[in-house]
Design a protein around this ligand. Structure first.
Ligand SMILES: [Zn+2]
Length: 392
């Protein structure tokens, strides 16, 4: 632990901002969710929360001496240097927040390549940049919507492939760069490029807290922390440890979490009805709901996990704009209704098929639905008439 760690405000001492905290925790459990975009005004504690998350997270195992923090247990995503090592030494490193400042040069972000050295020494010729440091850590971009276009391109590439590729004069060197992307923005200052926004899994809004008691608590805690950071951190030590263990447990459980076919269909319907482009939102909701289940210690996704995931993935992205806030339940109910209707139609179709094959008496005494009985009746009245199933 570096001496500076004593001056990080504890994650569990943050008052309110539940959505920010939850989004960060879920990404810490499952980085493949794709990061968080936090919209809102300045001074709502976004930066504090992100820094506090890194401080909370358990250390990670890395290959000793690797500038890209390669995972010793993940051979497929290793840098060329680690792949070529005969023996791998392992060390533990604390996760960190790597900040990408708006004015950063491309070299600072992707790294600089010594062309002469590159021909003979490959990856060793690369002076690592921020994307190297960010591998397996948190990449934080404050005011991400104001980032220069060329840096957005770089981020897009890294987010899409998990790789940072440095190309100079026909030479190409690449290394792993998988990070939890956390961006903040004030929408009044401009939109984020849609391609990048689309890549970020969770979109939420940070709001100032309006509850008086909570606002008082924020002042009290902030003052106590500034007066005696070590003592304050000591006070929250147990809570921090408890949450850290919960995250670790959820990480282990995540692979075992299952979801029913019906709930998958529900996700697809909600996304389709919301008019989202492509399939990224569906996948983000699926991953997020599984992670929520794991965080709650369950191996099976339930409807509440889905609703929460929809709110984190879609509410800010689409639903808020199109339908207004607090529409999650309605959207889910509508999808459920459609599924119910579909089920009835499918079974009616199946029964109708049987009926057209057999005699008209088939329906008598069966436990069929009114739809099917209707089909049966018509079938009796005129056995040769083809049933138009589209009507049901
Ligand atoms: Zn490496």
């Amino acid at each position: 632990m570096s001496p500076l760690d004593n001056f990080t405000f504890p994650f569990t001492a943050i008052v309110g901002q539940e959505k920010i905290k939850k989004s960060l925790i879920l990404n810490a459990i499952n980085p493949s969710i794709g990061g968080v975009l936090i919209k809102g005004d300045k001074g709502t504690g976004k930066t504090t929360a992100v820094r506090a998350l890194a401080d909370l997270l358990p250390s990670i195992k890395v290959v000793k001496g690797c500038p890209f923090n390669c995972d010793p247990d993940d051979k497929t995503n290793m840098c060329p240097l680690c792949k070529s090592r005969d023996k791998i030494k392992v060390e533990k490193k604390k996760m960190k927040v790597v900040e990408l400042p708006l004015g950063a040069t491309e070299d600072r972000v992707v790294g600089t390549l010594d062309i002469k050295k590159a021909l003979n020494e490959g990856i060793k010729a690369l002076e690592p940049g921020l994307l190297a440091e960010a591998n397996r850590n948190i990449l934080y971009v404050d005011e991400i919507n104001l980032l220069d276009d060329h840096l957005v391109d770089v981020l897009l590439d890294a987010a899409a492939y998990g790789i940072n590729r440095v190309e100079r004069e026909g030479i190409s060197i690449s290394h792993p760069s998988r990070f939890i992307l956390v961006g903040t923005m004030n929408p009044a200052e401009g939109e984020l490029r849609p391609q990048l926004a689309d890549r970020i899994g969770l979109h939420i809004t940070a709001k100032s807290i309006t509850d008086i008691k909570d606002r008082v608590k924020i002042m009290e805690r902030r003052e106590r922390f500034e007066r005696d950071p070590i003592g304050f951190r000591e006070e929250f030590k147990d809570k921090q440890e408890k949450l850290r263990k919960r995250i670790l447990k959820a990480r282990k459980l995540l692979d075992k979490v299952e979801i029913s076919q019906e709930l998958m269909e529900l996700i697809a319907r909600v996304c389709l009805n919301a008019g989202v482009d492509g399939h990224r939102a569906d996948i983000a909701i699926l991953k997020t709901s599984k992670t929520i289940a794991a965080y709650n210690g369950r191996k099976e996704v339930n409807i509440d996990d889905i609703k929460e995931a929809i709110s984190l993935v879609l509410e800010e992205r689409i639903l808020g704009r199109k339908l207004g806030k607090n529409q999650i339940s309605k959207v889910v109910e509508r999808a459920k209704e459609e599924m119910k209707k579909d089920k009835i139609e499918t079974s009616a179709k199946a029964r109708a098929k049987e009926l057209t094959k057999g005699s008209g008496e088939f329906f008598l005494g069966s436990k069929s639905t009114s739809h099917i009985q209707a089909v049966g009746k018509r079938n009796i009245e005129d056995k040769d008439v083809n049933i138009d199933l589209k009507k049901f």
